[in-house]
Design a protein around this ligand. Structure first.
Ligand code: HEC
Length: 465
């Protein structure tokens, strides 16, 4: 907070705000607006994801008490990783000093102060939280009234004539009322054509899965394995269990803004690639709606030293009994090569309660890597590590998730049902995603046309999320 130059004042204030210097009035214009502009208005401006704007005194004043409560309880800005496990670049948590300033402001009657003290009002660009160099948008896609679970796969050619490096990317839904989530993955032209040629209308997907409309579910009699560490490493379950590799420039999940990679780390889009938009539409309204979702991409401006990809590690064979308030599901994945850890994401649906990932290193020692003690479906952040580090080949990643399928979970769509893997949000998923880079630096000028040295295959549509 030093940058705002009121350190002297803040030293005298505690989080509870008892020790406010008597002669100092904390005002919106001078003290509070800088905090809001720095930490809040990125979402709290007109037509963005938050319910109200906090840009002006007039906007913010009615919310003073709610703001105080939200920051004291650390509900805002949203952040769900345990701060004692891992250090993250995109950690937005307020300092104790900033919280104390807000508390003192509200306690003093939330005065405006002198408008001349206001810092410049931040400017936002229609929906983007980054400044894209290029934007790709899907053709208009209509979603019928009341159609709550539709997965669309839409392919957009990049027409890139050379490999491109993605530093940051953001997916912006065309109509937030119906875009439940959207994942954009990089696929080859060949894969895009193959996928489009296959019949997605079949009702029997395979031995263990069936389809209704445009979504997949697990058959009730499919094998059950809550402990992913004992699921056979070969055989029919393997394919659905762990380690799908995906090249994901960005996703739109609830509460998820742009993804900005650390300097020097970038995702490669090979020349000629397609972008696969996997969009989960959910239209609860009584009218047909149309969507045009976009991805904006910021190219790396600095030399790229590390190419980023992502392991998506799943357990897709759990069964959560009806009413179970604390059901444990684990997944296990052994790294096939040395990798640099770059970022983590936890993905579950409404019944997700917590997720923790531990590494068991080849020498046997264990380390907790990541912990989301109170998972919230509405806030699915990707946590970018401040210090990338090597996870050696043979390291076992053990992820433990708990699900709350009881009536005490206010988000639970139906506590009376046994729940298995399924694409609709009222069924479940259990995924831990590790964004990683190769340990050896890449040469950005190298010819990649003969295949990608950092991966075994380009991402295939995993049908998961
Ligand atoms: C990443 C986007 C984002 C950021 C950053 C953010 N908010 Fe929010 N905020 C939201 C959304 C979305 C909601 C509504 C959903 C919810 O409450 O979870 C919300 C809700 C709130 C509410 C509750 C409103 C109500 O209806 O009671 C308050 C108060 C609030 N935010 C204050 C803040 C303050 C103060 C900051 C900065 C210190 C901040 N927020 C930062 C997105 C954000």
């Amino acid at each position: 907070m030093n940058k705002w130059g009121y350190v002297g004042l803040l030293l005298a204030i505690t989080v509870r705000g008892q020790d406010i210097p008597a002669n100092k009035t904390v005002t919106f214009s001078k003290d509070v607006a800088p905090i809001l502009y720095q930490n809040c208005t990125v979402c709290h401006h007109p037509n963005d994801i938050a319910p109200m704007s906090l840009l002006t005194y007039k906007d913010a004043r009615p919310w003073a008490a709610a703001i105080r409560q939200a920051v004291v309880q650390r509900q805002m800005p949203p952040w769900h990783a345990d701060p004692h496990v891992g250090d993250y670049i995109n950690d937005p948590r307020l300092s104790d000093e900033a919280i104390a300033t807000i508390v003192a402001w509200v306690k003093g009657g939330a005065p405006e102060g002198d408008p001349n003290d206001l810092p410049p009002t931040p400017v936002y660009h229609d929906g983007w939280h980054i400044k894209p160099d290029v934007v790709f948008t899907i053709p208009e896609t209509t979603v019928a009234a009341g159609n709550q679970d539709e997965y669309e796969y839409i392919y957009v050619p990049t027409n890139f004539t050379e490999d491109k490096w993605v530093h940051a990317a953001e997916v912006v839904p065309g109509d937030r009322r119906i875009v439940h989530h959207a994942t954009v993955s990089v696929v080859s032209a060949e894969e895009a054509h193959k996928f489009l040629a296959t019949d997605r209308g079949a009702s029997d997907v395979d031995r263990f899965h069936f389809r209704t409309g445009k979504v997949n579910h697990t058959k009730p009699d499919a094998p059950v394995s809550d402990d992913g560490c004992v699921t056979p490493a070969s055989g029919p379950l393997k394919e659905y269990t762990s380690g799908a590799i995906n090249h994901v420039p960005s996703i739109y999940l609830p509460g998820h803004l742009a993804e900005t990679r650390p300097a020097g780390y970038a995702l490669r889009i090979p020349a000629g690639s397609y972008l696969q938009f996997q969009i989960h539409y959910s239209n609860r309204l009584n009218q047909e709606l149309a969507d045009r979702t976009s991805i904006g991409i910021v190219f790396a401006k600095e030399p790229v030293t590390h190419e980023v990809a992502q392991y998506e590690i799943w357990n897709n064979w759990f069964l959560i009994p009806p009413g179970d308030g604390n059901h444990k599901v684990t997944s296990c994945f052994t790294l096939p090569k040395d990798v640099m850890a770059v970022a983590y994401t936890a993905h579950m649906h409404f019944r997700g309660k917590s997720m923790e990932t531990e590494a068991i290193f080849p020498d046997g020692h264990r380390e907790e890597l990541f912990n989301v003690p109170k998972y919230d479906f509405r806030w699915q952040e990707t946590y970018f590590l401040k210090h990338q580090f090597v996870l050696p080949k043979g390291t076992k990643l053990v992820t433990t998730a708990y699900f709350d399928n009881s009536a005490n979970n206010p988000l639970n769509p139906d506590p009376t049902k046994a729940i298995r893997w399924g694409e609709p949000s009222n069924e479940e998923m259990m995924g831990f995603w590790l964004a990683y880079a190769d340990v050896s630096p890449v040469s950005p000028t190298k010819d990649f046309s003969k295949g990608n040295p950092s991966d075994d295959a380009l991402g295939k549509p995993s049908g998961n999320k």
